[in-house]
Write a protein of this length. Structure first.
Length: 351
């Protein structure tokens, strides 16, 4: 049933995104700290109602804000480690089912390398085979920045290690673990969890396993079930990767709005296109750059006015308006009233 659910991509995936069921598991971990994650979800611009739609996806920028809020609320800089220790494989839908039915640690690693973008489209996991290492190393990277304390990468590393031990039904000791983060107070928690001295402040986030551990066959292996779920996950990933040009432009517009007003030439450069080619391809899909920019601002303005306590000035700045009066005029055009009035109306409707 979970495999079938994984075939249904959320209503519309826009830009870099994170699987909601992964975020839901992060929230469950927060509850173990006595932290209610819902207000933090809302403050991060994420719709808490989507937590009940496992295959939905959240924009990565909002999820990164959520990680920041959760680390502050829990007071735990290694909150990501706890997430990785506690998250359950079935929470990842078809990906998780493929993992728990795999035949060896080698299969497990290959699944994560191929399909990690199901968890987050910014995540990259690759193999590294340095000549001085008698085993296999997995290296994790993130596109476009990272979560505070590299929490998501730490969570994935911890999750992979726990699955390696669980599926083999005995303790698997890594050859090495390296992390790019630095944690004050030493590495005792990390060393205790991974059962090896963890090297901090390194260039890469990685975990290495001995060759004999990677080829050990798992008693619970079910090749047919693994292949079925891997095929489902592969089709899901293809749909994520094959966004049309308007979706990709929309993604970049929303990312660039974090630092200022997006420009056509800037977005075209990021897509390795000329501005003229980008405009032509958008016209072919029935869109324009200015139209997508206005739509993104409209949607973000509504969400921030309705779901955050940010000031009107700060919201206008987040939407790339250098002049508050321009933001107010845009709100009159979008909502037929001022941003203050729209916030009041939204509150009345929600009550």
């Amino acid at each position: 049933m979970a495999a079938e659910a994984s075939e249904t991509v959320c209503t519309k995936v826009t830009g870099h995104s994170v699987l909601v069921s992964w975020v839901s598991s992060v929230c469950q971990t927060a509850r173990g700290y006595g932290v209610d994650p819902v207000p933090l979800l809302i403050a991060s611009g994420l719709d808490a109602r989507l937590l009940h739609i496992p295959d939905a996806r959240y924009p990565v920028a909002g999820v990164r804000r959520l990680w920041d809020g959760l680390i502050q609320a829990t007071g735990d800089p290694l909150f990501g480690l706890t997430v990785g220790k506690e998250i359950q494989a079935p929470a990842l839908q078809g990906l998780g089912l493929a993992m728990i039915s795999c035949g060896s640690l080698s299969d497990l690693m290959m699944i994560m390398v191929r399909y990690c973008k199901i968890i987050s489209t910014t995540m990259n996991i690759s193999f590294d085979h340095p000549p001085d290492l008698k085993g296999t190393k997995l290296v994790l990277r993130s596109d476009g920045g990272a979560e505070p304390m590299n929490s998501a990468r730490l969570a994935v590393l911890a999750f992979i290690y726990r699955q390696a031990c669980s599926l083999s039904q005995h303790l698997v000791r890594p050859l090495s673990v390296t992390l790019s983060l630095g944690v004050s107070g030493g590495t005792a928690r990390l060393d205790d969890y991974f059962r090896v001295p963890v090297n901090l402040g390194c260039e890469k986030d990685s975990i290495s396993f001995a060759y004999e551990d990677t080829i050990e066959p798992y008693a619970g292996a079910n090749r047919q079930l693994m292949d079925i779920n891997a095929a489902v996950v592969g089709r899901y990933l293809n749909r994520l990767n094959n966004m049309d040009i308007a979706d990709r432009v929309d993604m970049l517009i929303r990312e660039e709005l974090q630092t200022g007003e997006p420009r056509l030439c800037m977005v075209a450069d990021l897509l390795h296109l000329s501005p003229r080619t980008l405009q032509r391809r958008l016209r072919e899909e029935g869109h324009s750059f200015n139209g997508l920019l206005d739509k993104a601002r409209y949607e973000m303005a509504h969400d921030l006015l309705m779901h955050s306590d940010l000031s009107i000035t700060e919201i206008g700045f987040r939407l790339g308006f250098s002049d508050l009066s321009n933001f107010i005029r845009a709100c009159h055009r979008w909502f037929g009233c001022s941003p203050v009035k729209h916030r009041e109306n939204s509150l009345l409707i929600s009550v």
